[in-house]
Each structure stands twice: as C-alpha cells, then as structure tokens.
Unconditional design. Structure first.
Length: 599
C-alpha cells in the first residue's frame, strides 16, 4: 500500500464510524463550496447499495439504491446555482442524485457505454454527455442535469419563428466536436491577443521608466534615450494630450510653457521637465501648474497635479546661465515631461529645441520686448519667473485732494504699461529698477481706505523700490506697506486711519498636560508589569534581556491591546481639552504697527 492510500485511510478513520469503514465501496470528500452552507465531511457508497452523508462521524442523510449493479465512481456535481448533485457511475448505468430537500434520485440512465464531464467551451460549467451502448448520438444534459430529449427539441422547433429556428440550428451545430474545438481555439486566440496587448503596454511603460532613469543618471546621445515611438503613439498610450511647447525668455530666464490634458481617471502628480543636451548631463526642473480662469489676470496657480479629465498649463523656468554653449554657439536640448500616475513614473518626450544667439538677441524672443505678444502668455511668464508680494496702499487725504485710483497711480504716475484693465507691467527700459515688475489690483472701489494690490517681482528689493517710487512720483500722500504691517496715528486728526490689530488666541494646555501625565503613568505601570513578567520567565534568552530591554507584549496580546486602547483614549481626551482664549492685543505692544504723523 503506497503512502497516499495510508493518508486516505487515516482521513476516513477520522470522518467515518468504525462500523462503516469495511463497507465502503467508493467515496468523495465534500468540496466545501463557499456558496453552500451544508455541513458535510464525506459521502460514501456501501456494499449494501446505500449512499450515506456524514458530518463529524454522524449520519446526516441516506438513500438506498435498488437494483444497481457494481458502482465504480462517485462524483460531486453543481449547477449554476451551486446546488449539490451526486453522480453515481455503475457498470452499465448512471444515476444523478439530488440533495434538495432530501437525498433522492434525480435522473437515471441505463445501457450506458461511456460518459464525459468536460467544459469544452471554457464557460466554467462542465457539461455531462452520456453515450449509450446502442446509440452513437450522445445524450446531452442541461445545467440542472435534466436530459434534453428529441421530443422536447421537436416541440420547441414547432413553436419557434423562422429567425429563432435559424439561431437554434446554429446553436445545435456548435455542439459538434469540430465546432467545439474551433470555439476553444477562438477563445484561446482572444485570450492570447489580450495577453499580448497587456505585455506590449508593460513593455512601453518599462521603456519609459528606463529612459527616465537614464535621463537622470547618465550622459549620452538623445537618440539612445528617447523611445523610438512617436509623440502621438506615446501620448495615446499614457492617455495624456500635449500641445507643442512655447519657449520664451522673461526676466533673463528661459520659460518653457507646455499645455497638458489628463485623459486618465486618476490625477497625475510630480510633473517635471527634463532637458537633455549632448554636451552635459540631463537636468530635471520642477514645474508650476496653472489653470486658466475667467477672472483677471486669468491664471491661477494650483496644486502640483492635474486632476482627471482636466487641462492645465505646466511651466518650467530655466536660468539662461545653466544652459552651456557648445562649439557652435547654440543651445540644443531635448524637452521631455515626466509625471507620476498611480504611483508609477512615466515619461513623455516632446520635441527638440535649438536656440541660437540671434534668437536670444531678437526682440520676439523676450516677452517683455515683444510688442505683439499675447497678454495671457506675458502674464503667465511673469508670474512664473517672479515672487508674489501683497501690498496695502492707504490714501491719506487732504481737504483739496481728489479720489485717486490705482489705475492712475500705476499707469499715469509710474508709467507702467496697461496689459489688462487691472494689470500693470513696467517694461519701459531694461535698465530701470522696476523693469519686469507686474502689479495686479482691483480698481474703482469707492470708500475704501485700504487698497490691496499684488506685486510680482524678480527679487524683494524691487518691492522696496516700488514703495519709494510711489512716495516720490505720486503727487498724493500714499502710505504703502506690506500686508503684515498696520498704521496708527499720533495726532487725533488722523484717528480715522487707525487700524486695530486682530485679537490673538492663547492656547490653554492645562488639560492636555494632565493627559500627558496620565499617559506617562500608564506607560510606567505597564513597563513595570512587563518587567516583572519577564523576570519570572525561566528562559535564558528572556533573563538576559531583563534590565536591558522591555518586551511590551510580555503580558500577552490582550493586555497589550487594552494598554494601547487606554493610551489612545487618554490622548484623545487631552486633545479635546485644549481650549482657546481670545485676548485683544494692545496697539502700543504691536511690533508691526507703523506710526503716522500729520506732515
């Protein structure tokens, strides 16, 4: 007796009573289907012609089969509703037993020559075919193991219209062996095609990842780095629509503007622009993501990501000094965009760019020089290459003063060019201190003592210069400060211009401190109990750790979980106990308060 029979014998001894072991002719273990809640262990057929179901060595149900010849096999069958059937194969007949309500004979076929139980069409449901000894046409059974007789087929055909008869004829032809083989090969071909498409997409993504890695680490020819697939093919695979980039110079920096549309159902993040030249290592530049808005200045900087099915403009700023000239006195580099989608990094090559000295010296290359440049691109370039500062302007009026507007201050007195109704840009001469500065404001606001503006400058010193020019060039008394400063009068004549400081909030940590002390107490108690438990252990490995390490789970997992729950509850109580006490701040104690006098 081989080893497998020994194991089977031992399993049957555990599942069946000792009185039944010697009577078993054939048996089948229960398949424990997740959709069937029956409690069974094994089903056996005995020498006395009985089918017995056992669970934990107790008889569940039984059925005596009359006039059945020698039984050779017992199998489990299930229909699409996961109902349990048994196939009892005898020498020249087959019985199908149903377990619904009780164990009974569901179908019986005599004079059996052979039978098959195959899933030829790969549907996931096996089909029972029985060939009788005196008939070459197989008996076909439906999903409920009911025989499809010839009379039923004829009766069905008489009631069907011509179109349905044709469909039934086709379906009957599909039962032929050669048609089944062809259908099997067709299913395999469909699976192979889909599998190959998946492998191809994985290959393309791997090529993109490899090229991206080489861009970051190696210096090599651009033809070896960029995938041989074209821009259209790669963008279709990555589901990203890209327009040709716009390369301009602004504030002595090269601005690369790329319009991207995310056609994926997930956002793309960590968008970078890679520049690769033949004479130096690849450089990775972080980008700013802008969204087009209806409100002037029509651009809004968003988070460093593009949401699904949304379009945005990605801008990369490159210092002109970082691009090294080669022996031909030209700047040649490749532009590629890398981004992260669903945790994976992808790369999209855009195009090659060549900048000559004539391009740099030309008027059309610098957006501040160009006269016919689109105002939206001009504003976008300045916002990308500048820092934003908030200024507050206050008009300290006299009796004979007229109401001054921000348009009058910047357009008329400071000679800044009007780009939009509420946008002013200084582009008179590149040698001016305010050259390249842009101011965004909201004009025509009456009865407003504080006028807020946003100033975009290359460096903070331009903000200070703008404030000095406002004092010198504007024939009105204008007090300009940043947003974190407030003014206060000395004489009572200017009391209407006082700006009160906002109330400050003092945080009360008394309840939180008490919670921290309670947590420390709980931790000390748990550590002491764990140390005592470790010292009581006789294991040499545990004894060596006493006094050096503390096993926080020495008391067991339940005790540790209880300790953890107490710590979390105490921590939550401490957080909820934090309160805020609002205390008004004094104007004299405010360090960011400017004093004005009547001069």
């Amino acid at each position: 007796m081989d080893q497998s029979r020994v194991y089977i014998r031992q399993a049957l001894n555990k599942l069946l009573p000792s009185s039944i072991i010697g009577e078993v002719t054939c048996f089948v273990f229960y398949d424990h289907h997740p959709s069937d809640q029956r409690s069974l262990d094994v089903t056996v057929y005995t020498n006395s012609g009985e089918v017995l179901e056992y669970n934990q060595r107790e008889l569940v149900s039984s059925l005596r089969l009359q006039t059945v010849s020698e039984v050779t096999n017992l199998e489990i069958l299930r229909n699409n509703k996961c109902e349990l059937f048994y196939l009892v194969a005898a020498k020249d007949e087959i019985l199908i037993l149903s377990t619904k309500d009780n164990l009974r004979i569901h179908n019986r076929v005599t004079n059996v020559g052979s039978y098959t139980l195959d899933d030829v069409e790969c549907t996931g449901q096996a089909c029972l075919n029985i060939i009788r000894s005196d008939d070459a046409v197989p008996l076909v059974f439906d999903d409920n193991f009911t025989k499809l007789t010839e009379s039923e087929s004829v009766f069905t055909k008489m009631q069907l219209p011509q179109e349905e008869k044709a469909i039934k004829n086709i379906q009957s032809e599909e039962s032929l062996p050669i048609v089944k083989q062809l259908m099997t090969k067709l299913t395999a071909a469909k699976y192979t095609t889909k599998h190959n498409e998946t492998k191809y997409n994985d290959y393309v993504n791997m090529r993109q990842a490899a090229a991206f890695s080489l861009y970051q680490k190696e210096t090599f020819k651009s033809n070896d780095a960029v995938s041989k697939l074209g821009l259209y093919e790669v963008s279709n695979i990555l589901q990203v629509t890209v327009k040709p980039p716009v390369v301009k110079m602004c504030n002595q920096k090269v601005v690369i503007i790329i319009n991207l549309r995310n056609n994926n159902n997930v956002p793309i993040k960590e968008i970078c622009v890679l520049l690769l030249s033949e004479s130096k290592q690849a450089i990775e530049y972080s980008t700013k993501v802008f969204e087009n808005t209806l409100k002037s200045p029509h651009w809004k900087e968003s988070d460093a990501q593009i949401t699904s099915y949304n379009e945005a403009t990605v801008v990369a700023v490159v210092n002109l000094a970082e691009l090294q000239f080669d022996e031909m006195s030209r700047i040649d580099f490749e532009i590629a965009v890398s981004f992260t989608k669903s945790g994976k990094t992808h790369m999209l090559p855009i195009e090659s760019v060549s900048i000559s000295p004539m391009d740099v010296m030309g008027e059309n290359f610098d957006v501040l020089f160009c006269s016919d440049v689109d105002s939206t691109y001009l504003i976008l370039c300045i916002m990308s290459t500048s820092e934003c500062f908030d200024l507050r302007l206050r008009h300290i009026t006299k009796l004979d003063d007229n109401v001054v507007t921000l348009s009058e201050i910047f357009h008329t007195h400071l000679k800044m060019e009007k780009c939009l109704d509420n946008v002013a840009i200084h582009k008179v001469t590149p040698f001016h201190k305010l050259y390249g500065a842009m101011v965004v404001f909201q004009d025509n606001i009456e009865n407003t003592k504080i006028m807020s503006v946003k100033v975009y400058t290359r460096f903070p010193s331009q903000v200070l210069a703008l404030m000095h020019y406002i004092y010198d060039a504007v024939p009105y008394r204008i007090i300009a400060t940043t947003s974190d400063y407030k003014i206060s009068e000395i004489n009572n004549d200017l009391s209407s211009y006082n700006e009160k400081s906002q109330t400050t909030e003092d945080i009360n940590y008394i309840g939180c401190a008490s919670s921290v002390m309670n947590q420390i107490k709980l931790i000390n108690e748990h550590i002491n109990e764990c140390t005592i438990k470790m010292s009581q252990d006789r294991s040499a490995a545990i004894q060596n750790k006493v006094g050096i390490e503390v096993d926080m789970m020495a008391l067991g997992v339940p005790k540790y979980l209880e300790f953890r729950k107490k710590i979390l509850e105490e921590n939550l109580m401490g957080i909820k106990s934090i309160s805020f006490n609002e205390t008004p701040s004094s104007d004299d104690a405010d360090p960011d308060c400017m004093i004005i006098d009547d001069f």
